[in-house]
Design a protein around this ligand. Structure first.
Ligand code: GLA
Length: 497
């Protein structure tokens, strides 16, 4: 016991001071500062990062380890982030919590002074924008956008070469023919601004104009990414106070699609201004000189489905980030879309996030469920896998024309859940030709019989059934269709009279 107290106080003394972590990525640098004061086994101080200046709360030191909490306001709700840290020699390792159940991110800090922390400077007041006038429809996305996005598989490894290779592959592997049109660069392409405030690309993207020309020459369209905040979610340069200039740059470079991700906008704007913040970019894109599809990414907060269309959005994310596992995908796909169907339609879609199909964290059965749900939900279909090595099974899932036809159906009516019995769910959407696309899902751990009742579709009598995964007609069936469905699987049918 005496030893533990002694050890604590040694480490405690060493923790006091100013610590810095520098992130160098693709020619950009950003820093996080910790100003700590250790007093026996109590830790106080503050942290300064992209998120602004934040007080450390409940700081405790135990031996060479410590913990503290940062309390943030997340769109009106209190969010507590629990950090853990460890002092090893001269190096402090801080583990940031991960928003989902994945392991946290570890960051190394170096001490630059052992002085006690100065007072925490106040954060600048947040900007409130007046409500914006509705943004005119850009006539794009009559059906949900289809394409590919770099983030899910490659994150910060996206590069000019990867985008070219992806275009080459998609031109020849059936994806283009199946309707996947947009090849989208996500976060981490950005560098700082030049003397005139023009956004620059980092070393991974030497020539955007040449890249868009290449992608266009293969018969695709191409997308780019930014944030209304000063920094993107990965800490790169955002569009804050450069909205029109950036929209013009995207247009001049030849981009056709923008994903606009809230990220650090939280630090500069009162979040109630969010619709006006998005409208600003919506307008800027309209006047950029090029039709640019506008995809909103603000994790579905503030009921974006009620205003996404008015700010010029062609699609809006409805949830936080998807992960490549059953729990994440099924929760997003089944549970978090239930109320959203009335808000989707031609030109403006609910976006339950990009596809994880082919990334390895789910079985092919689960990926078929992922594809079926997204097609029923009239969701954007943005493949997120490595196009250079797709198994035939994954290709069959992503390129299933009968499923894609459901997603792209011109009526644009998003499915609703029409029946639920424990882990068994039936989802259905009406199609332009009067038929219904129906998913018979089994979320449970064992095979089970699932029944789709015609009465739940608003029809009666006999109906023709076609199985859209088996590509087989199942004949004329009265009243209902029952079939065995694998654990975590789906049978997807088209019901017509
Ligand atoms: C957020 C978005 C993701 C991705 C990353 C990039 O987390 O929700 O889809 O764009 O940022 O940093």
């Amino acid at each position: 016991m005496a030893y533990a107290v002694f050890a604590s106080s040694i480490y405690a003394a060493n923790l006091t001071g100013h610590w810095v972590a520098s992130f160098h990525a693709d020619g950009t640098v950003r820093e996080t500062h910790l100003y700590l004061k250790a007093d026996e086994n109590l830790l106080t101080g503050w942290m300064s990062s992209n998120a602004g200046n934040e007080k450390i709360q409940d700081g405790k030191i135990t031996g060479d380890a410590f913990t503290f909490t940062i309390v943030q306001d997340r769109f009106g709700e209190e969010q507590r982030l629990e950090f853990t840290g460890k002092l090893t020699g001269q190096e402090l390792t801080l583990t940031y919590p991960h928003p989902s159940d994945r392991p946290g991110r570890q960051v190394q800090f170096k001490q630059v002074s052992s002085a006690a922390p100065p007072e925490m400077p106040p954060n600048p007041a947040k900007i409130s924008l007046p409500a914006a006038a509705p943004v005119a429809y850009n006539e794009l996305a009559k059906a949900p956008p289809m394409g590919w996005n770099s983030w899910n598989k490659f994150a910060n490894k996206v590069s000019d070469q990867l985008v070219r290779e992806t275009a080459d592959q998609m031109a020849s592997n059936g994806m283009k023919d199946a309707g996947y049109v947009y090849i989208n660069i996500d976060d981490t392409w950005e560098a700082n601004r030049d003397a005139n405030g023009n956004i620059q690309t980092n070393s991974k993207f030497p020539d955007m104009k040449a890249l868009t020309a290449y992608v266009h020459s293969k018969g695709f369209k191409i997308g780019i990414y930014s944030s209304p905040g000063p920094k993107t979610c990965a800490g790169y340069e955002g569009s804050f106070q450069h909205e029109e200039q950036d929209a013009k740059s995207y247009a001049e470079w030849g981009f056709d699609y923008l994903k606009y991700d809230w990220c650090s906008a939280t630090q500069v704007y009162d979040y109630h201004s969010m619709p006006a913040v998005y409208a600003k970019m919506g307008e800027a894109l309209l006047h950029s000189g090029r039709p640019i599809l506008f995809s909103l990414c603000q994790y579905g907060v503030l009921h974006v489905e009620k205003w996404g269309e008015k700010v010029g959005g062609n699609a809006w994310r409805t949830t936080g980030d998807i992960s490549d596992n059953w729990k994440s995908m099924s929760h997003i796909g089944f549970d978090l879309q239930l109320e959203l169907a009335p808000y989707a339609g031609p030109g403006h879609w609910n976006d339950p996030d990009m596809l994880e199909i082919g990334n390895g964290g789910m079985t092919d059965t689960e990926y078929r469920t992922h594809m079926s749900l997204w097609c029923l939900l009239a969701a954007p279909l943005l493949a997120g896998n490595d196009q250079r090595n797709m198994t035939p099974a994954i290709r069959d899932i992503l390129e299933n024309r009968e499923l894609i036809a459901v997603d792209q159906d011109r009526l644009g009516k998003q499915a609703t859940r029409v029946a639920k019995d424990g882990d068994l769910e039936v989802w259905a959407r009406q199609l332009q030709d009067g038929s219904h696309a129906v998913g018979l899902f089994n979320r449970g751990g064992a095979q089970a019989k699932v029944t789709a009742r015609w009465s739940d579709l608003g029809i009666s009598g006999k109906a023709h059934v076609r199985d859209l995964w088996a590509h087989a007609d199942r004949g004329e069936v009265p009243n209902e269709y029952s079939t065995d469905v694998q654990s975590h699987g789906v049978v997807m049918i088209k019901v017509s009279q």
